[in-house]
Design a protein. Structure first.
Length: 98
């Protein structure tokens, strides 16, 4: 499933991160809406959002606003750069870390 916009840019590490999350047992949906994190992930009855960044990539101002709002509403929202970070989201305590 994808919430599409025209010509979304994807970070080159996203495919590996999605694969890692799926191997850990997550359901992963790609999102392509401006300012919204790249992935909606479900794991053991919990949902969380993941923004994939490559290298030194930084959050855009609208992404910073979204992350702040999400955290204020207790919606788990993470920034991930590596497959190790992706695996750590679900492997610590067997559930998504806050």
């Amino acid at each position: 499933m994808s919430l599409n916009r025209r010509n979304p840019r994807r970070d080159r590490n996203e495919k590996a991160i999605v694969g890692t999350l799926e191997q850990c047992g997550c359901v992963v949906y790609r999102i392509s809406a401006t300012g919204v994190p790249d992935l909606l992930c479900g794991y053991r009855g919990a949902w969380f959002l993941v923004e994939v960044k490559y290298g030194r990539g930084r959050l855009e101002p609208q992404q910073v606003r979204f992350h702040s709002t999400a955290r204020a509403l207790n919606l788990p929202c993470f920034e991930v750069r590596t497959i190790e970070e992706a695996a750590a989201l679900v492997n610590l305590r067997g559930a998504v870390r806050p």
